[in-house]
Write a protein that binds this ligand. Structure first.
Ligand SMILES: Cc1cc2nc3c(=O)[nH]c(=O)nc-3n(C[C@H](O)[C@H](O)[C@H](O)COP(=O)(O)O)c2cc1C
Length: 373
């Protein structure tokens, strides 16, 4: 049997295989509180060595889509505890993806109907998902954000710290920092979005400052051995761009190498789309990124994602190109994905119309959102 299906270690935890369930927003937690449906959904997918939960808002302000779960109330922590207990009882491990959406939000989802916050005052050419009063769902343009004052940033970093503590209280094996797909941390990293003139804008060092402050706060609170991070160096998701992706993300991984993190999770190409998607004039060199990380002393597991099938996953792990492979969409329609991959049987297809929790307009994949906006 392939190494893909054999146990492995990530940080201090042992996984029963090298297969990870990628984070998948499902919009099924009204009030930001995980419920019975979420417990059952994750329990069914416990064949994965590791489950990364759907993105989970660290605060009400960090919320940008209807009915996504949070980590900022006692009820939410209690709800998540039921999920983590179910997954552990089924022999898997689970980390929570920590999310602040930044400008990918809507005033109706924000505290007191305020503007979403970002690194910039410029609205994203993107959409978010709302549930209408009659229960149907729809995608609507994101609201105009306001750029965070420099003096507000420590408060957001503190929100991440508190949410990391809440994650441990909820029984998670660790956290994944969501620094991908054009959300708040990425809104600082990408030069096509970040137009700040303070110490959080301009040079790579400045644009990555917020990310490293968040990593510092979380690792100080719960330990680097329980902290992973997701980045998507070239994705255009949520109106993200940076013509010099290789240099900013090399800077990022070299900095991350200084922490004893559990894993680095890389979305290769356009999230949910073209794996060869390119920003700037050269293809992104993922091998060089990993080399830079390791040369800087980084030892975390290397997790890859985006459009992987069985053969690609086996090859990635056997060749040593990756330690872990994350599957997204295949896990939605195949709760028993790992068994199916082991048995090498065909996978159930998924219904685009139900991908976002069954909303009336259905799922619009990330690159399409950008084009459609
Ligand atoms: C319905 C849906 C929801 C998603 N939600 C998230 C999310 O919450 N956080 C995240 O980082 N990526 C999210 N993604 C992206 C997936 O994690 C993954 O990167 C993408 O689907 C590509 O992997 P795949 O080809 O195996 O599906 C989502 C994708 C889909 C289809």
């Amino acid at each position: 049997m392939s190494k893909l299906f054999e146990p492995t270690k990530v940080g201090d935890i042992t996984l029963k295989n090298h297969i990870v369930m990628a984070p998948l927003t499902r919009n099924r937690s009204p009030g930001a509180i995980p419920n019975d449906l979420n417990v059952e959904y994750y329990r069914q997918r416990s064949g994965a060595g590791l489950i990364v939960t759907e993105a989970t808002a660290i605060t009400h302000q960090g919320q940008g889509y209807a009915d996504v779960p949070g980590l900022y109330s006692k009820e939410a922590i209690d709800g998540w505890k039921r999920v983590t207990d179910a997954v552990h009882a089924a022999g898997s491990k689970i980390v929570v993806q920590m999310w602040h959406v930044g400008r990918i939000s809507h005033t109706t989802l924000q505290p007191n109907g305020g503007k979403p916050v970002s690194s910039t005052n410029t609205a994203a050419k993107s959409k978010t998902y709302l549930v209408n009063p009659d229960g149907t769902g729809s995608f609507v343009p994101t609201s105009e954000p306001r750029a965070l004052e420099t003096s507000e940033i420590p408060g957001i970093v503190e929100d991440y710290r508190k949410a990391a503590r809440a994650a441990i209280e909820a029984g998670f094996d660790g956290v994944e920092i969501h620094a991908a797909n054009g959300y708040l941390i990425d809104q600082f990293l990408r030069s096509g979005i970040n137009d700040r003139t303070d110490q959080y804008g301009g040079s790579a060092e400045n644009r990555a400052r917020f990310l490293f402050e968040v990593v510092d706060a979380i690792t100080a609170e719960i330990g680097a051995r329980r902290t992973g991070i997701r980045i998507s160096p070239v994705t255009p998701a949520n109106d993200s761009s940076d013509p010099h992706a290789q240099s900013i993300f090399t800077y990022v991984v070299e900095g991350l190498a200084k922490y004893d993190l559990t894993y680095i999770h890389i979305v290769e190409g356009a999230t949910g789309g073209d794996r060869d998607y390119q920003q700037g004039d050269k293809p992104f060199d993922y091998k060089a990124l990993r080399n830079a990380y390791e040369k800087a002393g980084g030892k975390a597991s290397w997790m890859v994602n985006n459009g992987y099938d069985r053969d690609m996953a086996i090859d990635a792990v056997e060749s040593g190109r990756a330690d872990l492979v994350a599957f997204g969409k295949p896990f939605i329609s195949n709760p028993d994905l790992v068994q199916r991959l082991k048995d090498n049987v065909s996978l159930a297809g998924f219904d685009q119309a139900t991908l976002y929790g069954g909303g009336a307009t259905g799922y619009v994949d990330y690159p399409t959102q950008v084009k459609a906006a």
